[in-house]
Design a protein around this ligand. Sequence first.
Ligand code: GLN
Length: 277
Amino acid sequence: MTISEALSWASAVLADISESASLDAEVMLLHCLNKNRSYLYTWPEKILTPEHLKMFKQFVSQREAGKPVAHIVGEREFWSLSFLVNATTLIPRPDTEMLVETALNLPLADDICALDLGTGTGAIALAIASEKPSWSITAVDKIPQAVELACANKQRLHLDHVEVLESDWFSAVAGRQFNLIVSNPPYIDETDVHLNQGDVRFEPHSALTAADEGFADLYYIAATAREFLLPNGYLLMEHGFEQGPALRKKMTELGYQGVATVRDFGSNERCTIGQLI
Ligand code: GLN
């Protein structure tokens, strides 16, 4: 089977279970071949070795059973960086790049301290660190395997200055203060039907769902961050597309100034920022 035949075969097999069947096929084949994207287009007629074909077929059948591509190949690109991924944390989402972009555009000095709560793979903290090498960045997660994964990603990306700690929200940073606190906390309602569909079925509920219609952690962080923010510090959190109005109200009641919501690439409300003067 040639590269192009393998891709057409896999795209057809995956068409029913995935909205991104041909992209899935390409990402999985590239992983088997250990090449970059242009290789597939440069060598469409190249015959796959029996080993590569066997591996590719195994990947396609795992995908057919619903397993996320990121779990099959063990990595996912975020902010043009490659992150190791496993079933202990959320798979980084393109929409979360909007939170990174918003953080990077804040009027902050070069020597600030930032905290990422519930870092998972470390995607947010490490993407910010890659752009702001002089910031002191701390990333925390309460799941030990997530801390391990974030540490592995930090080493892989050579962002050694990022501090990664095991911490239940703020527990390990007691007494410290930051100029910027960011988080993509769990915010999906526990009864949301989307939890039974697609890739989220393979992600841990601890990273996805929160009590009080998904607001419990957003509100907890908004209230508690007040102790951990330096004067003029910012809190920036990702949330569900319908949670903006209630979160803006809550943050304003809690004393945050200039509370505003940023939309994602699909023009849904996605992250909200406020400043504590
Ligand atoms: N945006 C993700 C989703 O809809 C959820 C991320 C989260 O809970 N923090 O699948």
